[in-house]
Design a protein. Sequence first.
Length: 443
Amino acid sequence: MNDRIRLLFAEAIDIKLEILKNSEMTIEIAYIVPLCEEVKISDFIIVPFTKEEYSFQSQLDTNPDYEILEDVAKWQDLLLRGHVLIEANGIIYSFKAERIICIENSQTQVESAIQGPQIALSENIYISLNLIRSMYPSPDLSVEEHTIGSLSKTPVFALFDQRRVDPSVLDNVRTKLATINVEMLHSSGELEKLLVGNRKHLFPTVLITERPDRITSAISKGKIIILLKGNMFAIILPSTFFDFMHAVEDDYDSYWMTRFLIFLRYMSTLLTITLPALYISVVSYNPELFRVQLAFSIAGSRSAVPYPSFIEVFIMLFMIETLIEASIRLPRYIGSTATTVGGLILGQAAQQAGLVSSIMIIVTSVVAISNFVIPVNSLSFAVRFLKYPLIGISIFFGVTGVAVGMFMYVTYLCSLRSFGKPYMRIFGKLRPLEGDVGQVKIE
């Protein structure tokens, strides 16, 4: 066995090949050192073999941790997955001894909540499964395993409640997971693109989350969860626009407070999309929409600005977009300080230099703050882009162009589907039919 493995891993210096002898038998073992827990190998293989208190052959035959390996083609794959290969009396056994490097019980970093659970998923897929099963202790919770990536061999788990899931959605997901053909897969974002396909959607159609409470709530509603090994984010599908506007704390706050916060999010989304375009439209085309005093005030603040309003908007939006990107890329300890100071200095200096008006600084601040109200980052990033087509339309057509652009956005949203489900299904909820497994009805 060891001679064949030397040929398979001729250039690998981290593979360990050993021959052990005792009074009963001689065995050969092989494993890749960085991928295996050597303490586990010592406790379960080397020490029992050398002490000879019990017959090692009987352990190989009776202990389910030792599996007989008949296919030679699987040797390389098992070694790369952290298994130990053992040859005893001409029979090859495999023993799982993989080393798992992860931070257990990590705290939520992206989707924070004041009242809800603070624990997040783990990079160890089995710890994530433990969290989900402990929060959703139902015998109907099913787990299917898939492997994606010809080189990475990434394990992917699909979780769903077999009594609540829509069979058509489940078949669609199974088909897509089975037909994905890539070499490497490391993150949920990569898998999201592969599942959705090459269609260039303006809005995300699957939701990526790190919170077990959001996941278990989605499972109870008949959704499917995708987990990846080595990634602490899960994919929820199908997803609707309302799911992206729903924060986990909406389930913990009072009824009227929750409705107020949801209304605030929708209004903030509308503001961050339309406010720059409306500013250009009103200043350049339709100042009669304002009262005379307000129109004079805006005109007075722009008296020192030497170019049209859309140039002013592009300058400020470019500054705010670069500050947002800097806050993401800079180290955590200096990111917030650097962007805050940079925003204050740049905004004040631009206004005093007459490059932008004071009204434009207010508009830019409202746009930036409103964009951060959206609870899910993937939708927040999409909304950041939506204001630019409206700005382009407003330059030529004013308020009428903004109205037509918003109508086109709403029409596009209504045409979207997330794995066959309407993206803008706000009022109808999928409920399982009583007594019928897998069948659902819309209320």
